[in-house]
Design a protein around this ligand. Structure first.
Ligand code: 13P
Ligand code: SF4
Length: 308
């Protein structure tokens, strides 16, 4: 006898084949969504996958800016976000109008925007980046030009430190990563003195200062896979531990904070993925004039790959 979940999964797989759809999932998705997906990854990996898939429909299990990015890079594909309200609060911390104001104040500056931004902000930017290639993107820019970096001040601080460049930052931040405190990491280190601390660059600076490695979610998987360590303290969204366990079932993973949950990532459920495939909902659209300008900065992002 099949369980309700097995029946649900069978229905999703059936419809996925009928619709010629591909299911893409971010590393912060619920475990069952990650296990169902055709491809799981970080923002850079997902953007590249979305730009080259030959599926007719992309079901994006992530947040809105990720689905928008897929739509911008693959305008002939139908892109579905299973929950229309799955957004990223950081992406909404700067508007295109605010960015235009910043550009007016610094007319010589090049603009790099983190992919966690709206399509309109991407359209106002010269380059996009993800946490995996932010350093490489900024390093590729001419030394004599000032650089505006939006919206994440914490990723920006990390990039400034790595590149030695003085970036013009915006005070955006991720509310989920902001929940991880320096104290949380110190306590976890006391309890697991041999653990290696891995942190996402969206974390606050004092947390990053305690980390052994600062990595995008995709880089975390590769790092853990290649590391001889037996215990890792993980300073990022809690469900990141699921793909880490898959590559290192022998290792122990300790969340730096049990509070670091992204409520928007958790909005996607198996039931909503089924409803999305059945009703072809919720279709992500980007006005063509915005799309064309945003595509330019996103193309630069997918072309500048980080060193592995
Ligand atoms: P990654 O690109 O590292 O997967 O991060 C995305 C994100 O939203 C982090 O909060
Ligand atoms: Fe946005 Fe933070 Fe959630 Fe990532 S974890 S999607 S940056 S709110």
């Amino acid at each position: 006898m099949d369980t309700p979940d097995q029946r649900l999964l069978a229905e999703i797989r059936d419809l996925r084949a009928k619709r010629k759809a591909v299911i893409l999932a971010h590393n912060y998705q619920r475990a069952e969504i990650q296990d169902l997906a055709d491809f799981c990854g970080d923002s850079l990996g997902l953007s590249i996958e979305a730009s080259k898939t030959d599926a007719e429909v992309i079901v994006f299990c992530g947040v809105r800016f990720m689905a928008e990015t897929a739509r911008i890079l693959s305008p002939r594909k139908m892109v579905l976000l299973p929950d229309r309200w799955a957004g990223c609060p950081m992406a909404d911390m700067i508007t295109a109008e605010q960015l235009r104001g910043l550009k007016q104040k610094h007319p010589d500056a090049l603009v790099v925007c983190y992919v966690n931004s709206t399509a309109e902000v991407k359209a106002e930017s010269d380059y996009c980046c993800t946490s995996a290639n932010a350093v490489a993107v900024v390093q590729s820019l001419p030394q004599d030009r000032p650089v505006i970096f939006v919206p994440d001040q914490h990723l920006g601080q990390f990039v400034a430190k790595q590149t030695g460049r003085d970036l013009i930052l915006w005070p955006g931040y991720c509310p989920t990563h902001a929940l991880i405190s320096e104290d949380d990491v110190r306590k976890a280190k006391e309890q697991h003195p041999d653990a290696v601390v891995i942190a996402h660059p969206e974390c606050l600076e004092p947390v990053k200062d305690l980390a052994d490695a600062l990595l995008s979610t995709g880089q975390m998987i590769r790092f853990v896979k290649d590391s001889p360590a037996q215990c890792f303290i993980v300073a990022t969204e809690i469900d990141m531990i699921h793909p880490l366990r898959k590559v290192r079932p022998d290792a122990e993973f300790v969340p730096a904070s049990p509070r670091s949950v992204c409520p928007n990532m958790k909005k996607i459920t198996l039931e909503k993925v089924l409803a999305s495939l059945a009703g072809l909902q919720f279709q992500i659209e980007v006005p063509e004039a915005v799309r064309v300008r945003a595509e330019r900065s996103l193309q630069r992002m997918v072309e500048i790959l980080p060193e592995r």
